[in-house]
Design a binder for this molecule. Structure first.
Ligand SMILES: NC(=O)c1ccc[n+]([C@@H]2O[C@H](COP(=O)([O-])OP(=O)(O)OC[C@H]3O[C@@H](n4cnc5c(N)ncnc54)[C@H](OP(=O)(O)O)[C@@H]3O)[C@@H](O)[C@H]2O)c1
Length: 342
């Protein structure tokens, strides 16, 4: 069986990454590319690496046409766009994977506090982290693909939180990202002369991914969790490295902790528990999340490091993983490649 998929937000970075990954997917035909400002242009003009691979023009969004041609739609658009399209897309029987924050929150008021007023608050998405919600994703028509930082952070802490091993009131998260995390639109802070030889903290206590991390860790813990999260922008193009500082309730050896992680993620195709602390270049270009940890000899602190490619496991790769689950394909189809090296 071949399925037709459409990409809304075809000119953006996550859109480009969807084309790249789906080009290698034997069971997918990309039937439409949609956008706003870049309507009328060839996809391969905007994304020259797709020349000879993708022969589509970006069209104005037409939900009726999308539903007639596509079994599944990716909305790779800024927050506030999908919420207007998804009601019609679902009515027309297309499944949707939204890469924005529009359907990530259980409580609409949390979304509205950090983003904007919701225009389809009656619709609920399944949070698209396969390692936690695989069975729900398989039967869902609307999947909310997680944020990039939340993917790395939640995967890095899920085993410790679920097993009740750490102090949930003191979770310190220090994360780093490359500039592609901000998307294709030019901004002052990601402009090369500013970001190219710089390191900067931003939204140090107010980042929008904090409530998303809180929501998911709280569900794992069975009580409210509030993390302390600060991101930093690094002069890299791709990649996220998250360093979590957490405190054990009772002293544990590294081997015991690794055993817990390996059991928790046993059989997971895209989580690799490592004996050393992973580095961004272990995963760039791949759908892997690599995790490593070091307990401190005294004081009870454990440092947990997780790395992902923000555009792959942090966005489009995870979206393809979710698509495979929703369409009944092998979960790893189109995603089996290792990272780039060097
Ligand atoms: N970049 C990452 O690492 C990353 C990771 C995880 C999640 N995300 C999320 O994924 C989404 C897309 O991110 P991105 O980095 O790909 O953004 P981007 O590079 O800025 O691309 C945004 C895309 O959305 C389209 N668009 C904007 N407004 C639109 C509208 N009103 N109607 C239709 N299309 C519209 C644009 O099309 P035109 O150019 O034709 O106007 C463009 O193709 C965002 O919600 C982002 O938060 C991004």
């Amino acid at each position: 069986m071949t399925a037709g998929v459409a990409i809304v937000g075809a000119s953006g970075y996550t859109g480009a990454e969807l084309f790249r990954l789906l080009a290698n997917h034997p069971k997918i035909k990309i039937v439409g590319a949609y956008g706003m400002k870049n309507t009328g242009r060839d996809v391969s003009e905007i994304h020259p690496h797709l020349h000879g691979i993708v022969d589509l023009k970006i069209e104005e969004i037409d939900c009726e046409k999308i539903c007639k041609t596509a079994d599944l739609v990716f909305t790779a658009t800024p927050h506030g766009v999908a919420m207007k399209l998804v009601p019609e897309l679902l009515k027309g029987n297309s499944k949707v994977i939204d890469l924005s924050a529009d359907y990530r929150f259980d409580e609409v008021k949390t979304f509205e506090r950090y983003y904007t007023k919701h225009e389809s608050p009656h619709l609920k998405g399944v949070y698209g982290l396969p390692e936690l919600y695989r069975e729900k994703i398989k039967i869902s028509n609307l999947v909310a693909n997680p944020g990039c930082f939340p993917t790395a952070v939640i995967l890095s802490l899920a085993p410790l939180v679920k097993e009740g091993l750490i102090d949930l009131d003191h979770i310190i998260l220090d994360a780093k990202t490359g500039t592609s995390g901000a998307g294709a639109t030019l901004t002052e802070s990601t402009h090369h002369p500013v970001a190219g030889a710089n390191v900067a903290a931003y939204a140090a206590t107010t980042h929008r991914h904090t409530p998303e991390i809180n929501q998911e860790l709280s569900k794992l813990a069975g009580r409210e969790v509030r993390v302390h999260f600060t991101p930093h922008l690094l002069p890299l193009i791709r990649g996220i490295l998250s360093t979590a500082h957490v405190f054990l309730k009772k002293s544990m050896e590294k081997t015991e902790l690794l055993k817990i992680y390996r059991e928790f993620y046993g059989g997971e195709p895209f989580v690799r528990v490592r004996k050393e602390l992973p580095q961004i270049n272990y995963v760039v270009g791949s759908n892997y999340c690599d995790i490593g940890l070091e307990p401190e000899a005294e004081g009870g602190r454990v440092v947990v490091v997780a790395v992902i490619d923000n555009l792959v496991k942090g966005a489009s790769g995870q979206a393809v993983q979710n698509m495979n689950l929703m369409l009944g394909f092998d979960e790893t189809e189109g995603l089996r490649g290792p990272a780039l090296r060097p």
